[in-house]
Design a protein around this ligand. Structure first.
Ligand SMILES: *Cc1c(COP(=O)(O)O)cnc(C)c1O
Length: 590
C-alpha cells in the first residue's frame, strides 16, 4: 500500500503528499459515535475493513510463527465477532486462506466456519448493517466476490431444504435487494450465534432470526452480559466495598457469587443503618459534584432517581421527563400533596444528527430550568442533567443512586449493563420486563424491584398486528393531554413555542413517515406513574427499603463479567484453563 508519497514530496509537491497522508489518517481518526443505529457511511466501511484486515493478517502471521498447517488455524484461534461491525473478517479470512495460502474454497470454508462465532447485540432493524452493493463492491471487490459465493452456496442449501420457497430466500439471503446483510453473513459463517440476555436470545430464536434458528438450531445460545465488580464496586464505591468485605470477606472481588453471603444481613437493623449511611455519604459526594458542575443544589436526603445511558428513543428518557412534567403539574395544582422529595438525575450522550435525541436533552434541561427555580414547589423536585456522561463520573452516579431507571420499551433493550451496575450498588430497579431486567428480577425476587408496563409479547403483538392508537389515550387522559400540550404551548420554551413540536409529533401524529408513538410511551405512561408511586411508598419505609437494597447487592452475583466470560470459554471457545505458575516462580518468566 502507498502511504506517503515521498517522490512527490521530493518534487516539491507538498500539497499532494499531505493529501495522501490525510486520507490515510482519516481512516483511523474518528469513531462513529452512533449507538444502535447504522449510518451507512463509506468511511465507516473503510475503517472496518482496515482494522479487520490488519487484525486477521496479524492473527494468521502469529499462528504461522509457531505452527505449520494453516488448515488447523481454528484449533488455536477463535474470532468472536462482537456485533456486525467486524463481520467482514469472515470474507477476509477466506481471502487470505485462498489467495495467500492456496487453500481450496472447501478447505478455506471449513477453517473459517470453525474460527468465527457471532454475538448479536440488538434486534433493532436500523442497527443491523446493510451495505449497498454498489459501495461494498466498489470498495472491496475481492471481498464482495467472496461474499457473493458464500451467498450463492448458502442459497443452494436453503433451496434444497425448502424447495420452491422463495419467501425463505428473500428473508435469509446475505445479498438481497441491492444490499449486503452483515448479520446474515455472520449467522451463516459463524459456528455459534448468541444473544446477550435470555429474553433477547429467545426473541432472536422465535422472532427476528426464526428462519435461521429453524435451519440451524444448534448454533444458537445465550450469554447474559455482565459487568466487572472490580470497577463498579471496589473502585467506584469504596465505602460499600469495605462494608461488603467486613460482612462476607473479600473473596467477592474475584468471585462475585460470594456476595450472596450478605443475604443474612438484610434484616439486621444495624446493617440496614450502616448501608443507608453509606448510601447517604455517596449521595453527598454526588451532590457536591452536581453543585460544582451544574450549579444546582440538591438535597442528599431526597430520593436519587437516576437514568444514565445513551440517549435513544427506545430507552424512553422522554417517558421519564414527561412524568416529571406531570409531577410538577400535580405539585403546582396541589401544593399540599404529601410528596417525598425527589432528585431526578439524567446523563446521556446523543449521536450527532439524532434530532429527537438532542431535542430530548434540550427538553430535560428546559424542564430543569423551570422546575429547579420555581419557589412554588419548595425544592421538592430537582432535575439534573449531568454533562459528559462517561465511566469515570458514572462510578459516582451508580454509587449514589436509590432508584435505577430501566424503562426501555419491552423487547428493545438486548441486555443493558447499567441495570447491573446499579443493582451492585444497592439501587432498586424501576423497570420494564426487558433485557437483563428479567434476570435481575429473577435473582433478587419480584418484591425487591418495581416492574411496570407492556410485556415484550404485547409489544411484538402490537407491532405485528396493530391495535394501538396513542390518540385514544391523548383524548381520554387529561393528565397526559396536559403534559403533551405543554410541549407545544411554550411552558418550557417561551422563547420558541415550536421547539419541542417534533417530540409531540413523534407521539401523536405522523408528520414523519413512522408510526405514531413507536415506543409505546403513552401506553406505558400511567403504569409508570403508578410504579413511581410504589417507589415513593416503598422508600418511606426506610427499613423495608434498606432490606431490599441490601438484597439487591446480595443478589447481583450472577451479573459479574467473570461469569459471562467463563461461559464463553466453556460453551463457545472450549478452552482449557491455563494454570499460572506460583507467584514465587513468576519472576523467572519476565
Ligand atoms: C454501563 C454504561 C453504559 C451502558 O448503559 P445501559 O444503561 O446498559 O445502556 C453506557 N455508558 C456508560 C458510560 C456506562 O458506564
Amino acid at each position: 500500500m502507498e502511504c506517503f508519497k515521498l517522490d512527490s514530496f521530493d518534487k516539491g509537491d507538498y500539497q499532494k503528499a499531505v493529501e495522501q497522508e490525510n486520507l490515510a489518517r482519516n481512516i483511523v481518526e474518528v469513531l462513529y459515535p452512533n449507538d444502535n443505529h447504522y449510518a451507512g457511511k463509506e468511511l465507516r466501511l473503510k475503517q472496518q475493513y482496515f482494522f479487520i484486515s490488519a487484525s486477521v493478517q496479524a492473527a494468521v502471521a502469529k499462528y504461522m510463527r509457531k505452527h505449520d498447517d494453516i488448515r488447523k488455524f481454528h484449533e488455536k484461534v477463535t474470532f468472536q465477532l462482537n456485533d456486525t461491525h467486524p463481520t467482514v473478517a469472515i470474507a477476509e479470512l477466506m481471502r487470505i486462506l485462498m489467495d495467500d495460502y492456496y487453500l481450496t474454497w472447501e478447505e478455506a470454508w471449513e477453517v473459517t466456519t470453525k474460527t468465527c462465532a457471532y454475538t448479536n447485540h440488538t434486534i433493532m432493524a436500523e442497527a443491523l448493517e446493510k451495505w449497498p452493493i454498489e459501495l461494498f463492491s466498489r470498495l472491496l471487490p475481492r471481498i464482495y466476490q467472496i461474499v457473493e459465493e458464500i451467498n450463492r452456496r448458502f442459497l443452494e442449501q436453503v433451496a434444497r431444504r425448502y424447495p420452491g420457497n422463495h419467501q425463505k430466500i428473500a428473508k435469509m439471503a446475505i445479498i438481497y435487494d441491492g444490499q449486503v446483510k452483515m448479520a446474515h453473513l455472520a449467522i451463516v459463517a459463524g459456528y455459534s450465534v448468541n444473544g446477550v440476555a435470555r429474553l433477547h436470545t429467545e426473541i432472536l430464536k422465535n422472532q427476528e432470526l426464526k428462519d435461521f434458528y429453524e435451519m440451524m438450531p444448534e448454533k444458537f445460545n445465550n450469554k447474559t452480559n455482565g459487568i466487572t465488580q472490580r470497577r463498579f464496586l471496589l473502585h467506584g464505591n469504596p465505602l460499600l466495598a469495605s462494608w461488603v468485605s467486613n460482612h462476607v470477606g473479600n473473596d467477592w472481588i474475584t468471585d462475585l457469587s460470594k456476595i450472596s453471603g450478605l443475604k443474612i444481613y438484610a434484616d439486621d437493623e444495624k446493617a440496614q443503618r450502616e448501608f443507608m449511611n453509606i448510601k447517604y455519604q455517596n449521595k453527598v459526594r454526588l451532590a457536591k459534584y452536581i453543585l460544582e458542575h451544574n450549579g444546582i443544589q440538591v438535597d442528599p436526603r431526597s430520593i436519587f432517581d437516576v437514568q444514565v445511558k445513551r440517549l435513544h428513543e427506545y430507552k424512553r428518557q422522554l417517558l421519564n421527563i414527561l412524568h416529571i412534567m406531570h409531577l410538577y403539574n400535580v405539585l403546582k395544582d396541589h401544593p399540599e400533596t404529601d410528596f417525598y422529595p425527589r432528585t431526578f438525575i439524567f446523563g446521556a450522550k446523543a449521536a450527532a444528527g439524532y434530532v429527537n435525541a438532542k431535542l430530548t436533552i434540550k427538553l430535560i434541561n428546559a424542564v430543569a430550568d423551570v422546575v429547579n427555580n420555581d419557589p412554588a414547589i419548595g425544592g421538592r423536585i430537582k432535575v439534573v442533567f449531568i454533562e459528559d456522561y462517561k465511566v469515570s463520573n458514572a462510578e459516582w452516579i451508580f454509587a449514589a443512586a436509590d432508584v435505577s431507571e430501566q424503562i426501555s420499551t419491552a423487547s428493545k433493550e438486548a441486555s443493558g449493563t447499567g441495570n447491573m451496575k446499579f443493582m451492585l450498588n444497592g439501587a432498586i430497579t424501576l423497570g420494564t420486563m426487558d433485557g437483563a431486567n428479567v434476570e435481575i428480577v429473577e435473582e433478587v425476587g419480584a418484591e425487591n424491584a418495581v416492574i411496570f408496563g407492556l410485556s415484550s409479547d404485547e409489544v411484538i403483538q402490537y407491532e405485528n398486528y396493530g391495535g394501538y392508537n396513542p390518540m385514544e389515550i391523548f383524548n381520554n387522559d387529561p393528565d397526559i393531554r396536559r403534559v403533551l400540550m405543554q410541549l407545544i404551548n411554550g411552558t418550557f420554551a417561551p422563547y420558541d413555542t415550536e421547539l419541542f413540536r417534533p417530540l409531540y409529533n413523534s407521539l401523536l401524529n405522523t408528520q414523519s413517515t413512522s408510526r405514531a408513538d413507536m415506543y409505546f410511551i403513552l401506553k406505558d405512561f400511567k403504569p409508570y406513574a403508578e410504579a413511581q408511586k410504589r417507589i415513593e411508598a416503598f422508600y418511606r419505609d426506610e427499613k423495608a427499603w434498606a432490606r431490599s437494597a441490601i438484597l439487591n447487592v446480595a443478589g447481583s452475583g450472577k451479573f459479574s463479567s467473570d461469569r459471562t466470560i467463563q461461559e464463553y470459554v466453556d460453551d463457545i471457545w472450549h478452552l482449557d484453563r491455563v494454570v499460572l505458575p506460583k507467584a514465587k516462580d513468576k519472576v523467572k518468566l519476565f
